[in-house]
Design a binder for this molecule. Structure first.
Ligand SMILES: [Mg+2]
Length: 342
């Protein structure tokens, strides 16, 4: 008797998550939201907790030939804080677990933790636990972040409504372009170790890849001005891919405008230099860890003048589809490529 074998690449990462998700039974009323958003939501009586976790593997998620250990530590915390921010919650605690090989010295592990501690200070979170174990193949880091909010302050992927305005923070595409620069310099170095990498002129994009920020600042600001996004995600897999998630969860379509997409000058110039289309980098480049969210029309006035929030389009009926309006005014179907881990 032969057992059926399905390759993970056939169904993809999200297909795999969907398939595993179907077999999970929720047993507690306090488990308000399980798999399917940026973080899980747990009822804690007078407030809710959000919990999210990420696993980072050397050689898959980071390359120590160009990523300094303190940056790897910082990024491991930032990507989890970003998922807490994506729920419109405030990050409070993290746990950090690592697996290391004997290739790492005590000083190297301390360098990693220097970055973790810097991130804790930057984001205002406490490191409250974790585990350390040995690994046979490279460095593994797993961070779990816990955040808090009032129930009514949370923003899920599923709340976007027709006519809502789509907002993104910061600028996009930089982390992806930065990764291409780092990979190129690595190849140059491998071919000729006497060549020193020329990274001076790429500082913004390489920093976006190596040491991304998380937009916890935006969550605090939204609290202060009294805006609760109708839906929200962080941009880890690329803008187009995240928009598809919001559309699917909310049962809506979207229209976004090419000329409204925020791109940094260095990102644009470097993409052109590398023969890449800057708009493709903005739409499909991942790891920017900015926020994408939707707001109701009446909240627009409160955010209109914000220097770091960009209004890129609006939510429409599901039946009207997902479109990108190009600079020449043509509406083209939006495609989600995102990151493929398998
Ligand atoms: Mg996320």
């Amino acid at each position: 008797m032969s057992e059926k074998r399905t390759e993970i690449s056939e169904i993809g990462e999200f297909g795999l998550i969907d398939r595993l998700h179907q077999k999970i039974k929720i047993q507690h009323e306090s488990s308000l939201k399980g798999i399917g958003d940026d973080a899980a939501v747990i009822d804690a009586g007078d407030h809710v907790k959000v919990v999210t976790t990420d696993l980072l593997l050397e050689g898959v998620h980071f390359d120590l030939s160009y990523a300094p250990l303190p940056h790897v530590g910082f990024k491991a915390v930032a990507v989890n804080v970003s998922d807490v921010a994506a729920m419109n919650a405030i990050a409070k605690q993290i746990t950090v677990s690592i697996a290391i090989t004997n290739r790492f010295s005590v000083e190297a592990v301390e360098a990693l933790y220097a970055g973790i501690n810097a991130a804790c200070e930057h984001f205002g979170v406490d490191l409250v636990g974790g585990d350390t174990t040995s690994s046979r193949s490279g460095l593994v880091i797993s961070v779990t972040a816990i955040g808090e909010a009032q129930k009514e302050q949370l923003s899920y992927r599923s709340g976007a409504k027709e006519n809502d305005i789509i907002c993104v923070t910061g600028d996009l595409g930089g982390a992806f372009v930065g990764l291409q620069v780092l990979e190129r310099e690595k190849q140059v170095f491998l071919a000729n170790p006497n060549m020193q990498p020329e990274l001076e002129k790429y500082q913004i994009v390489t920093a976006r890849q190596l040491r991304p920020d998380a937009r916890m600042d935006i969550v605090h600001e939204l609290r202060e001005i009294g805006v609760v996004p109708t839906s929200m995600m962080d941009i880890s897999d690329g803008l187009a891919s995240e928009l598809f998630h919001i559309c699917k969860a909310s049962g809506v379509g979207v229209t976004i405008y090419e000329d409204k997409l925020p791109i940094d000058k260095q990102t644009f110039d470097t993409a052109v230099e590398l023969n890449m289309d800057p708009i493709t980098c903005v739409l499909n480049g991942g790891e920017d860890y900015e926020l994408i969210f939707t707001i109701s029309q009446e909240d627009y006035k409160k955010l209109e003048k914000h220097p770091d929030i960009h209004f890129i389009g609006y939510v429409n009926k599901e039946a009207d589809g997902k479109h990108l309006v190009t600079k020449s005014g043509t509406a083209v179907a939006l495609k989600a490529q995102g990151w493929k881990h398998f």
